[in-house]
Design a protein around this ligand. Structure first.
Ligand SMILES: C[S@@+](CC[C@H](N)C(=O)[O-])C[C@H]1O[C@@H](n2cnc3c(N)ncnc32)[C@H](O)[C@@H]1O
Length: 219
């Protein structure tokens, strides 16, 4: 693993094991539970997606890898319905806690499963948001699966998302220069699966460059 990735991974492990004070974000209170990936200034990707999210009142939204539920809460304030999925049961508990704390019960449904596994056969969405792990490495625990992936999860997301979008629906996801995949690979996988790139926004931080991708399902 490159030095920058190793540093970010070590910092995350310390943060995640201890938990952090609640995050205040645009009127939301987000509890950052121990052993769940925390949105915040260090992790950044959650904020980048929240700021870029395309939302409409009639939207049905899927949050893949919900963690604390941060993106689900941001979406649920405006959208009609949100389904939040994660492989980590601690993340699902944390999301439920945050949904209740923000009075969004009835708008967010929480399910356990990998990527699209927990969805009903006919379920399709106007927007899929996915802030998936990207630091190169093999996770040895559900905790590490919060930030480590060799690129295969992102490829699977890009290959399968189209089948879970309504025509004209959007996939918004974020990836880093520290990840294993190149920009060409990400856009290539998406386009081969019937998605077209609407926008790629780039943000620079001290250790990495982040790209926020917005794809749409070709009609
Ligand atoms: C980088 S965190 C993002 C959390 C949250 N969405 C946010 O933006 O703050 C990635 C999340 O994806 C979850 N995850 C990892 N592998 C997954 C998979 N195969 N399917 C669903 N969720 C997964 C992790 O447990 C973790 O909660």
């Amino acid at each position: 693993m490159r030095l920058q990735a190793l540093l970010v991974s070590k910092a995350l492990k310390i943060l995640v094991n201890h938990g952090l004070p609640p995050l205040k974000y645009e009127g939301l209170t987000v509890y950052r539970c121990p052993r769940v990936f925390p949105p915040g200034k260090l992790t950044k990707t959650s904020f980048l997606l929240a700021q870029t999210m395309i939302l409409k009142e009639n939207f049905e939204v899927l949050d893949v890898g919900c963690g604390t539920g941060f993106l689900s809460l941001v979406a649920a304030r405006k959208a009609k319905r949100v389904v939040a999925v994660d492989v980590n049961p601690e993340a699902l508990k944390c999301t439920l806690r945050n949904v209740k704390a923000n009075g969004l019960e009835g708008k967010v449904e929480v399910r356990r499963g990998s990527l699209f596994e927990a969805l009903k056969p006919e379920e399709k969405f106007d927007l899929i948001v996915a802030n998936l792990p990207y630091l190169p490495g093999q996770p040895r625990s559900l905790l590490e699966a919060g930030w480590l992936d060799d690129g295969s999860l992102m490829v699977k997301l890009l290959r399968e998302a189209g089948g879970r979008l309504k025509p004209g629906g959007f996939l918004q996801t974020v990836y880093s220069s520290l990840g294993s995949l190149t920009r060409q690979e990400i856009v290539g996988e998406a386009e081969a699966s019937g998605l077209s790139l609407l926008e790629r926004r780039t943000f620079k931080s001290l250790l990495e460059i982040f790209d926020v991708y917005t794809f749409t399902l070709k009609v």
